[in-house]
Design a protein around this ligand. Structure first.
Ligand SMILES: Cc1cc2nc3c(=O)[nH]c(=O)nc-3n(C[C@H](O)[C@H](O)[C@H](O)COP(=O)(O)O)c2cc1C
Length: 373
């Protein structure tokens, strides 16, 4: 819907890299998957309540003007955590049940650069948020070469030429859901670009296994693997990789929306992130907004109803549009009263936001205007 369709300007095969990457088969210290004899063979190492999952980019992607799909699987969007606050974020084993998952972070950075459509691969039956239970089920699924059922489907796969395919290393390969995904569509003639978040096992056999599962006419390009502790700082590395693949940095266009309240029309310039993209896909939309604290108009989608990269920022200005993911609240700040809450910034209304000082609860219509350079 914005930006331009990007073309691969340089394509090259990944065989050399695969060879290099699969050579990295170290195992996570203390990680149970490194000690489980049932699934940890040398061959492995060397060859190669769903309603509560209110997050991610699980909705079917609507094809805008891109021919690029960024599909990924991440544990955090495939489990349900009853009490996120109780999760020990310092623990290397439990960290990835918290949103956003490592692979999702990578996916969002790829999308920032290549302007593709995001699609989260979600199994019908969520995995346990308990690490050991998740490990056990993943091990069983791998041993059985299972194909877990998927909740969501890409209806217009034929319109995508390039598919970035993201996943965590699970038991020295990709989660079996990735193979469910691959087998669901015809990837003949398409370009597949794997990306992987992993422990000390690197990409292990994942790229080979994915390549084997694809038709011969699919082309697999240079993959990237990012070690779990490095994911948060990996955006530059991902951009360098995308440069090598020929995805040049894009010129960004201003995304403008019209906000109508009664007879008044306001214009807002939106940021470019996963949350704004999801909102824009719903437009035009009219939301019954509540006047809260004499300060902000609020519409509650429900916790994590929209994808979020949790780009928290404080210090909001009058006119800002923002999203608070844990409560799923979309807000327009129309007056300062001293209090500030951490929210994800979505955009800014250029002028006239004081109209809300007198509306009380009111229906507000949001429409996309043309993107302008
Ligand atoms: C079930 C399971 C199996 C795993 N197996 C491996 C493995 O074999 N090798 C490895 O390096 N990391 C392994 N890991 C660690 C994940 O690859 C790593 O934590 C990754 O960053 C998780 O990404 P995510 O947050 O997108 O799910 C495993 C994690 C889980 C939950």
């Amino acid at each position: 819907m914005k930006g331009k369709r990007k073309k691969l300007t340089a394509l090259f095969l990944c065989l050399v890299l695969i060879a290099a990457l699969t050579a990295c088969t170290g195992k996570d210290e203390g990680a149970a998957y490194a000690e489980e004899p049932a699934v940890q063979s040398e061959a492995d190492a060397e060859s190669s309540d769903p309603e509560a999952l209110k997050t991610g980019n699980r909705q079917e992607p609507s094809l805008s003007d891109t021919n690029i799909l960024i599909a990924y699987f991440t544990w955090a969007e495939n489990t349900h955590v009853e009490n996120p606050e109780a999760v020990d974020v310092d623990s290397t084993t439990s960290a990835s049940v918290l949103l956003p998952g490592n692979t999702a972070k990578m996916a969002n950075w790829i999308r920032e650069r290549v302007d593709g459509d995001l699609f989260s691969i979600v199994v019908e039956e969520p995995y346990s948020d308990d690490y050991d239970e998740c490990l056990d089920r993943a091990a069983d699924e791998k041993a059985e070469n299972a194909r877990p059922g998927l909740m969501y489907h890409v209806e217009n796969m034929q319109e995508y030429d390039v598919i970035f395919l993201g996943y965590p290393n699970w038991w020295y390969t990709a989660p079996m859901a990735i193979f469910s995904f691959i087998e669901e569509y015809d990837f003949s003639g398409k370009t597949i670009i794997p990306f992987c978040a992993h422990g000390t096992g690197g990409l292990a056999g994942s790229v080979k296994d994915i390549t084997d599962a694809l038709p011969d006419s699919a082309e697999v390009l240079e993959p990237i693997g990012v070690y779990r502790p490095d994911v948060d700082s990996a955006q530059p590395v991902i951009n360098e990789w995308l440069d090598r693949l020929g995805f040049a940095e894009t010129e960004t266009a201003d995304i403008k929306i019209k906000i109508t309240v009664g007879d008044t029309e306001l214009t807002a310039v939106m940021d470019d992130n996963a949350t704004t993209q999801a909102l824009i896909e719903q437009m035009p939309m009219t939301l019954p907004m509540m006047d809260l604290y004499g300060r902000e108009m609020c519409y509650r989608y429900g916790a994590y109803a929209l994808p979020t990269d949790n780009l928290w920022s404080d210090g909001y200005e009058v006119g800002d549009l923002a999203y608070w993911a844990p409560g799923g609240s979309l807000v327009i700040l129309y007056k300062q009263n001293g209090e500030q809450f951490e929210r994800q910034h979505l955009g800014h209304i250029e002028s006239g936001v004081e109209v809300f000082e007198n509306t009380g609860d009111v229906d507000v219509t949001f429409e996309l205007l043309e993107s302008v350079q």
